[in-house]
Design a protein around this ligand. Structure first.
Ligand code: NAD
Length: 245
């Protein structure tokens, strides 16, 4: 029996990078998947790929910053699978620009997706979990929620917000069977890195390599499963040693 046998998991940003690797691992552990992302094309092909491997999955086109879309994620989950047990709240965008060149609109966009979106999707999950009797949330933050870096003020501020949001929600619902934790990856080889110089990222990482999405998915599985049954309001950093420096 898998660690997530017959659990229903919503994964935002679930069709690429860390979200997709986690979807594969969750499916291998017996979960049914609700993949929410605004990339419809990748969504359709990834859902088909998972189904061809025997997984049960539904794709919902959703922008996590849109309240109606967020409601539709849970409506679809409930109408397809009848319940939601797990939220991997993972959709996010990167932002690298010198602060003196950053427009307020660019700042707002990053914070809107990387912090407001995490709140909206978590809040909707909590409303369901309060009705159903409980659930688990893993919010994707970043090692850059713990340490700063030049040229990513909006991203780093949003990710620090996700860590303290997770602490606050973990405490608020600790006695109501809802666990909330944060995932803090280091540099992981996914499309979000864009054109960023891989040599620079590799050299900055004590283990002298980038992480793989599959290595991050294992930490998500720990936080989403009963293996972490006594953990809430906290974070796991998986960064090849970066924040230990
Ligand atoms: N890759 C890294 O080095 C790294 C490091 C730390 C944290 N993270 C975080 O991990 C998470 C996953 O990123 P990834 O590295 O897998 O990158 P990715 O670009 O492969 O995946 C991000 C996914 O989120 C989706 N998305 C973006 N904005 C959205 C929105 N408004 N609504 C719905 N979906 C949206 C994208 O379409 C994409 O599928 C992000 O929150 C990112 O900030 C990544």
């Amino acid at each position: 029996m898998g660690k997530l046998q017959d659990k229903v998991a919503v994964i935002t940003g679930g069709v690429s990078g860390i979200g997709a690797a986690t979807a594969r691992l969750f499916a291998a552990e017996g979960a049914k998947l609700v993949l929410a992302d605004f990339n419809e094309e990748k969504g359709a092909s990834f859902k088909a790929e998972l189904e061809s491997e025997g997984a049960e999955a539904v794709f919902v086109k959703a922008d996590v910053t849109n309240e109606a879309d967020v409601k539709n994620i849970y409506d679809t989950a409930l109408s397809t699978f009848g319940k939601v047990d797990i939220l991997f709240n993972n959709a996010g965008i990167g932002s690298v620009k010198p602060t003196e060149e950053l427009t307020y609109a660019e700042w707002r966009k990053t914070v809107e997706v990387d912090l407001d979106g995490v709140f909206l999707v978590a809040q909707a999950a909590i409303k369901e979990f309060l009705k159903s009797g409980g659930g688990v949330i893993v919010n994707t933050a970043s090692m850059y929620g713990w340490v700063g870096s030049p040229g990513s003020a909006a991203y780093n501020a949003a990710k620090a917000g996700v860590i303290n949001l997770s602490r606050s929600l973990g405490l608020e619902f600790a006695e109501r069977n809802i666990r909330v934790n944060a995932l803090c990856p280091g540099f992981i080889e996914t499309p979000i890195l864009g054109e960023t110089d891989r040599k620079f990222l590799t050299n900055a990482t004590p283990m002298k390599r980038l992480g793989k999405s599959e290595e991050i998915a294992k930490a998500v599985l720990f936080m989403a499963s009963d293996d972490s049954s006594f953990m809430t309001g906290n974070s796991i950093i998986v960064d090849g040693g970066y924040t230990a420096q």
